[in-house]
Structures are given as structure tokens and as C-alpha cells.
Design a protein around this ligand. Structure first.
Ligand SMILES: [Cu+2]
Length: 459
């Protein structure tokens, strides 16, 4: 057993403590949302109608109680996005319900039990749009209100010692998978060839590949060169850069260099600065690198779908300097390691760090006294407050511009499109949790998930 293995195992004690906290939080949430309101039905054997509001991104109530004889769910979309109501176990799925529209979904007679409800729209389940359909003999069936009290067995409010032990066991099982091996590797550096006319030439091909986000969740990811995030393009100021861009997608696209200084005609904004690159087509981008920069290359065509599906990669020019003020505090002049942490929350990939969801995320290791420089890059649709339990970090650059005055941080809010560069120095040995602090982006009742990884600090 390696030192790393032991460290990860010792983390399990921490996992158990977090599990207990999670139970407490869940209890509170259920308390405020339990009990669906029932209306209509008219008696005489007609099915009761239960109102369910769909929001961005939740169901209200989250626990929908219906009798075994069936019910009509009056689904009202009170959000801004299209939503859908699915109970996969029962083979039930509503139509796509547009914002502001309601739809009556009939649930036929169903055996008593608790069934998982999700919105199957890309990214919505990951964003927390899940609930339970609680079918019981004791749920009201004649048009009476289901009331605010839990009447059926098996809801999370009625947590018995057995169900609590079951939850702990599920959390432990999930935690023990970390770090799980999955299909599809990332984190490579893009290779180039030198052209006869002095350019560093990179070939970037947009294509769809099978990508395992977490164990067993294999999606059709939209990628550059088959990786999520795409291979990092790293060049030096003064380099002449040529990107030979090929489109193997079934859809047009274009390539934008976010946070990189390029001539307007190389900005990749079709149909303004260029025509879209159609399926099977090719486009050449050329410019001189002017850094330092911490940027991203990503789609600028149907981007709200193409980017979250995986079409993003780091584009960096030169290195971000360590501020003199930190060197004065004893930080090394160069970081021991530099890495990117690209955040995502939508599309086929969903809530993820570097294209992977816990327990498939990658742990990072440094020693006490060593430093790791992290470029956080948000390519999703939501903000993410990224929190490292220890060590304390220093923000040294914002959107690729070095800061004169570094700012301390243990939680940094990264909005879509933003890049923050944070320097951490190993202080106390241990396996330190590292996660988004929007808790539904990091945990479920089955344990830690999604935007969670760890920094291992070795002696
Ligand atoms: Cu988040």
C-alpha cells in the first residue's frame, strides 16, 4: 500500500463526518418541503390532482406523495428553461414543458415505494433537479390534501437507524471508489510541428467521442482531439501560432480564443468575423502570441450546447509569475506544479472538474513547502465557489493578468468565462477536500459526487 493509498483511506474518517452533516442538512430540507398539495379529483374514483412546480433546477415539492391508485400530476414550469419530468424506473416521462407552460401527467396505479424523479434535460439532474415520487396506500386519494406530515413509510424524514446505516454504507461505497479509473484521459499538452514559414502548427479536430464522466456514465462528448478538457495549447510570447481547425461534428462550429489577444478576423465569431466551419470543413487561424495569458479555446457557435458538451481547452501563453510579496513570505519563485481546473455544470458532461465527476476526478499531490498553481476556468453556465479545505491560497492573477497585490482565498467564486490563478503552498500533511461549495454540486444523499477532488499534501 502506497503512502497515497493510506492517505486516501484516512480520508474516510473525514467522509463519515461529512456524511453525518449531510444527513442533518437533508433532514432540514425535507422538513420544509414535505407534503404535496392535492386538489381536485372530484371523488368517485377520479384520480387526485397533485400540483408540482418545476423550477431552475428543482421540483416543488421534492417529495411528491401519491396513492397506489394513481394520480394526475399538474406540472407547472415556473422556471426559465425547458423542463421534463421523468421516473425512469416506471418508464414515465412527460413531454418537454416550456417555461410558463403547465402539463397534466397521469401516473397510473403503481406499487407502493419510493421512485427517483429527475429532469432529463442535459445538466438539470446534475444541477439538483431531482425528487422522489412516494407511492403509498396511506397517501390521500379522494382529493384531500396530502398534508404537511409524512404518512408513508420510507421517506427520508422517517430516518430509522437502519436507513441511516444504509445511507452511511452508500456514502462509504461511493467514497471508496475514489479515485476511480474511467474511459477517456485528459490533461495532455497539445503537440505542434514547426512549419517551413516559422509557425507552431497545432491541429485541432472537433469530434464526438465516448467519454466516461463517472463510473458507468458514458456520454457522447463533443471534444477537441477527443479529450475533455481539450489538450492544453501552451506557447510563448512572440511565437507565431497556426491552428489547423477541422470539423468532424454533425453541426457547424467555429473556434474562439477566449482571453487571448488576436486580430479581430481571428476571433472565431461566426457569422461576423468568419463563416461557420461546416461539417467536414476546415479553417485556419493564425496570430502572434502576446502574453502572459491564461485563456481558453472554445466553440462560438451554438456555444450554449457545444461548450458544456465538452468543446473547451486551456490556451496559455508564458507562465504566470509568483508575486514578489509571496516570495518575500518564503514562497518558491516558481511553482512546483501548474495545473488547470476547468469547471462545467451542463450539457452531456454535467457537474464536473476537468470533464470528470467524483469519484472519477483526479487527486493532486504536493509536499510540504512545495507549491501548486491552479488556473480555475469556468466553462459552465453557473457560478462555482471553489473551496480547498487547506492550505490557504493566494489569488495571483485574474483572467490572465498578474495582480500587483495577491489576495488570500480559501473559497473563490468563479463565474462563467472567468479565470482565476491561485497559488497554494503545502503546509499541513493530509488529504484535503477540494470542492465547489454549492453543496448540491458536491454531494448527494448517496455521498460526495460531481465537483469534488482532493489535494494530498505529503510530508
Ligand atoms: Cu458549483
Amino acid at each position: 500500500m502506497s503512502k497515497d493509498d493510506r492517505s486516501v483511506l484516512s480520508w474516510l474518517a473525514f467522509v463519515a463526518a461529512l456524511a453525518a452533516l449531510c444527513v442533518a442538512i437533508l433532514g432540514l430540507n425535507n422538513d420544509s418541503s414535505s407534503g404535496g398539495s392535492a386538489e381536485g379529483g372530484g371523488g368517485g374514483g377520479a384520480l387526485p390532482t397533485i400540483n408540482v412546480t418545476m423550477k431552475d433546477f428543482s421540483f416543488e415539492p421534492a417529495n411528491i406523495e401519491i396513492p397506489t391508485g394513481g394520480a394526475i400530476l399538474h406540472l407547472m414550469n415556473g422556471g426559465a428553461a425547458v423542463h421534463n419530468f421523468q421516473v425512469a424506473e416506471l418508464g414515465i416521462k412527460s413531454i418537454d414543458i416550456a417555461a410558463g407552460v403547465s402539463y397534466d401527467l397521469t401516473i397510473p396505479a403503481t406499487p407502493a415505494g419510493t421512485y427517483r424523479v429527475v429532469c432529463p434535460q442535459p445538466g438539470h439532474e446534475g444541477a439538483g433537479m431531482v425528487g422522489s415520487l412516494v407511492v403509498s396506500d396511506t397517501a390521500s386519494s379522494g382529493g384531500e390534501s396530502a398534508g404537511g406530515e409524512t404518512t408513508g413509510g420510507g421517506t427520508e424524514m422517517e430516518m430509522t437507524a437502519q436507513s441511516n446505516a444504509d445511507m452511511d454504507a452508500r456514502m462509504l461505497a461511493a467514497a471508496q471508489l475514489y479515485p476511480a479509473k474511467t474511459l477517456g484521459t485528459n490533461g495532455s499538452m497539445a503537440e505542434y510541428t514547426m512549419s517551413a514559414d516559422g509557425y507552431k502548427e497545432f491541429v485541432v479536430e472537433a469530434k464526438i467521442v465516448d467519454w466516461e464522466v463517472e463510473p458507468g456514465k458514458i456520454v457522447k462528448a463533443w471534444t477537441y482531439n477527443g479529450e475533455v478538457p481539450a489538450p492544453e495549447i501552451h506557447v510563448t510570447s512572440g511565437d507565431l501560432v497556426r491552428i489547423i481547425f477541422k470539423n468532424a461534428l454533425p453541426q457547424s462550429t467555429s473556434l474562439h480564443f477566449h482571453g487571448i489577444r488576436v486580430p479581430n478576423v481571428m476571433d472565431g465569431v461566426d457569422p461576423y468575423t468568419e463563416a461557420p466551419t461546416t461539417p467536414g470543413g476546415e479553417h485556419i487561424y493564425e496570430f502572434e502570441a502576446k502574453g502572459p495569458s491564461v485563456g481558453i479555446y472554445h466553440s462560438h457557435h451554438n456555444a450554449q450546447e457545444q461548450i458544456p458538451n465538452g468543446m473547451f481547452g486551456a490556451f496559455t501563453i508564458d507562465e504566470m509569475p509568483v508575486p514578489q510579496k509571496l516570495i518575500d513570505k518564503g514562497y518558491p519563485e516558481k511553482p512546483t506544479k501548474t495545473m488547470n481546473m476547468v469547471l462545467n455544470d451542463a450539457g452531456v458532461i454535467g457537474l464536473s472538474l476537468n470533464g470528470k465527476s467524483f469519484p472519477a476526478t483526479e487527486p493532486y499531490t504536493i509536499r510540504v513547502g512545495e507549491t501548486i498553481m491552479v488556473h480555475y476556468m469556468n466553462e459552465g453556465l453557473l457560478v462555482h465557489p471553489m473551496h480547498l479545505h487547506q492550505p490557504m491560497g493566494w489569488v495571483v492573477a485574474k483572467d490572465g493578468v498578474p495582480l500587483d497585490e495577491p489576495m488570500p482565498t480559501d473559497t473563490i467564486l468563479v463565474a462563467p468565462g472567468e479565470r482565476y490563478t491561485v497559488l497554494y503552498m503545502g503546509t499541513d500533511p493530509g488529504v484535503w477536500a477540494w470542492h465547489c461549495h454549492i453543496l448540491t454540486h458536491a454531494e448527494t444523499a448517496d455521498g460526495m459526487r460531481y465537483m469534488v477532488t482532493a489535494l494530498i499534501v505529503e510530508r
